[in-house]
Design a protein around this ligand. Structure first.
Ligand code: P1T
Length: 380
């Protein structure tokens, strides 16, 4: 089955044997009756399993070319489950350019529990190997990175991970399986903030994991059940519905993203524009091979290069909404230094380019002329 068909039908077999409803029912239930202890129809308690969640988890596995999907109450809850695979003393190598909340979870929670993190630039994958030692258990990749839009070579990371027998996890939130399929490139775990493009309508907070390996899936399922950070059935339904239009939404996000990136680059009040579709983007060659298109996420700095100019710009927007998050049908603008990446110390974030004049855009699927007109008036 091709991707555009999988988004609609993938993993959805015999979803409602009772009445044949085309969408799975929302099983808003805590528990399931048993005829005798253990005599149930596959579900006993909704933390360990719920049919609406299962329908979503099967769809997630299908669109990522995986075998097993797991849905959680947020993207961070999904990352938390991955980190619980490890024990004190284990080391994790992570990209140094990543969502601020992931960085906060790594450094403020899991470092305290004895895991050790090394944050490094991964744009040149050959530099990762020198950080691997006998304690290394996981390489954590986010690509494109949030918010600097760096591209990391997943296949090169996977070769290193296999050589050293460590796991490779890819946060696929920005790209989505429409643009890149990390399991096919050798990754072991795909993580999503399903809050973003998978849900697609800014009405759900959710996270997911997809894997191919049965033993890894069993360990993650045990953590999901034992720690309990699951999503509810109503949210599972909404994300399942979102996934059905993922391919057409992504196509438009990419088209609008390209127009906005080119417009920004030509504007005198804009300094740098970060978007992997530009031929002179340092990782454009990898993006071209690894991704189907370049996405609708763009970051840029103002020509004035001051906090005030960035704040003034976001305050002047009318069609774009100033808000955290991304990946919904509506266009959003964010100021990473004070919003999504405020939990990264200033010296650390400035080293990777998250300066006070940086603005991040999640380009939505509105009419591109209205979006460009809005940016023009706000810059003016
Ligand atoms: O917000 P939550 O669903 O818990 O997902 C966390 C997360 C993980 N990974 C990436 C790449 C993310 O972008 C996020 C959440 N990001 C935002 C809220 C944001 O505005 O960047």
């Amino acid at each position: 089955m091709k991707f555009n068909t999988k988004t609609i039908h993938g993993g959805q077999h015999n979803i409602d044997p009772a009445y044949g409803s085309v969408m799975p029912p929302i099983y808003q239930t805590t528990t399931y009756s048993q005829t005798t202890p253990g005599g149930h129809k596959g579900f006993e308690y909704s933390r360990s399993g719920n049919p609406t969640r299962t329908a979503l988890e099967n769809a997630l596995a299908s669109i990522e070319n995986g075998e097993y999907g797991l849905a959680f109450g947020s993207g961070l809850a999904a990352i938390d489950a991955v980190l619980k695979l490890f024990k004190p003393g284990d080391e994790i190598i992570s990209t140094n350019d990543l969502y601020g909340g992931s960085y906060r979870l790594f450094t403020k929670i899991f470092e305290g529990l004895g895991l050790k993190f090394r944050f490094i630039g991964m744009q040149d994958a050959s530099r990762i190997e020198e950080h691997i030692n006998k304690n290394t258990k996981l390489i954590w990749v986010e690509t494109p990175t949030n918010p600097m839009m760096n591209i990391i070579d997943i296949e090169a990371c996977s070769k290193l991970a296999k050589k050293h027998k460590v796991l490779l996890a890819v946060d696929n939130t920005f790209a989505t399986p429409y643009l890149q399929q990390p399991l096919d490139l050798g990754a072991d775990i795909i993580m999503h903030s399903a809050t973003k493009y998978l849900g697609g309508h800014s009405d759900v907070v959710m996270g997911s994991l997809v894997v191919k390996d049965k033993e890894l899936a069993d360990r993650l399922y045990f953590i999901q059940k034992a720690s309990g950070a699951i999503c509810g059935p109503q949210d599972a339904f909404l994300v399942l519905r979102g996934i059905k239009t993922l391919h057409i939404r992504m196509q438009r996000h990419c088209e609008n993203g390209e127009k906005v990136a080119k417009f920004l680059r030509s504007h005198p009040k804009v300094d740098k524009v970060y978007w992997p579709g530009f031929e002179d983007h340092p990782n454009h060659a990898i993006a071209k091979v690894q991704m189907k298109d370049f996405g609708g996420m763009i970051s840029f700095t103002t020509a004035e290069n001051t906090l005030e100019s960035a704040v003034k710009f976001v305050e002047n927007l009318k069609v774009f909404t100033l808000a955290e998050s991304l990946g919904g049908v509506e266009s959003l603008a964010g100021h990473p230094a004070s919003m999504t990446h405020a939990s990264i110390p200033k010296e650390e974030r400035e080293k990777i380019g998250v300066v006070d004049s940086l603005i991040r855009l999640s380009v939505g699927i509105e009419d591109d002329e209205d979006l460009i007109e809005d940016l023009k008036q706000a810059l003016g």
